[in-house]
Design a binder for this molecule. Structure first.
Ligand SMILES: Nc1nc2c(ncn2[C@@H]2O[C@H](COP(=O)(O)OP(=O)(O)OP(=O)(O)O)[C@@H](O)[C@H]2O)c(=O)[nH]1
Length: 242
């Protein structure tokens, strides 16, 4: 059966429309085919979207692995350095606080390596809790941690933080059915006073930390001292300068 359909090209005059002219069965077959293609396309779109999301997840995981320390979940040394670099490019006053546990080796020796791992995880969490939400914490290796503080207001803020950290770290913990109480030696450097590069800031904070450690060892300081004295000395010395 032939149908007439309006044709705008002929000014609305009826014209023969070959598609409509097909048999109803043929139209249904083509409609069915079109719907099948549509369903297949939707399925393919869904599969592509899932593949894309899996790719993004893999990329995110790989980036996370590349930037984070497995044991504590903190930034690793390279990622921490990158954050310091970014902070120096954006902020005037950036402080790096370096921290190394004292006598940590004894934990491994006395309680086992797994207990040592647990202590490192607990210390990482304690350091994170002591900081503001925008601050950055990294584990530079072994029992050495570093904090990056941006928009540092002044020496008082750093002194308060150093004491808070030292006290938090020193509080006893229970691991492997034993009680562990450790101190940490801290050192810090502030830009621009102590330098404007990642290397200088980290090296200055590191040197300050080792001075604090040497001092502590000379003094034979042991827990339950809160361990902040060398830090406040260092803080005052750094921030007293114009
Ligand atoms: N459990 C555990 N131990 C580690 C890890 N990484 C490093 N260590 C150990 O941590 C210790 C760090 O060495 P030191 O800093 O010299 O030990 P310390 O007793 O703290 O010495 P001081 O800093 O001089 O007080 C070494 O014994 C390492 O084997 C780790 O991921 N897990």
């Amino acid at each position: 059966m032939m149908h007439a359909c309006p044709d705008s090209a002929t000014g609305g005059a009826p014209a023969t429309c070959p598609v409509i002219a097909m048999r109803d069965g043929e139209l249904q077959r083509q409609l069915h085919h079109a719907l099948e293609s549509l369903a297949a396309s939707r399925l393919r779109c869904g599969q592509l979207e899932a593949q894309l999301q899996a790719g993004h997840r893999r990329e995110h995981q790989q980036r996370h692995l590349a930037e984070h320390d497995d044991l504590t979940g903190l930034f690793n040394r390279a990622a921490f350095r990158t954050r310091v670099q970014q902070a120096l490019a954006e902020d005037n006053r950036v402080a790096v606080l370096m921290l190394d546990l004292d006598g940590f080796k004894q934990v491994n020796d006395n309680h086992g390596h797994a207990a040592g791992d647990e202590v490192l995880r607990i210390m990482a969490a304690r350091i994170g809790h002591a900081l503001r939400s925008g601050d950055v914490v990294g584990r530079l290796g072994g029992d050495e941690f570093a904090c990056l503080l941006r928009n540092v207001a002044g020496s008082e803020q750093l002194t308060v933080l150093a004491r808070k950290l030292a006290l938090s770290i020193a509080s006893p913990m229970h691991v492997a059915e034993g009680r562990v109480s450790l101190l940490a030696s801290l050192g810090m450097a502030v830009s621009p006073t102590d330098g404007n590069s990642v290397d200088t800031l980290l090296a200055t904070a590191d040197a300050a930390m080792y001075r604090a450690k040497r001092l502590r060892k000379r003094q034979g300081v042991t827990p339950p001292c809160d361990g902040h004295e060398p830090v406040s000395e260092r803080t005052d010395a750094v921030l007293a300068r114009p």
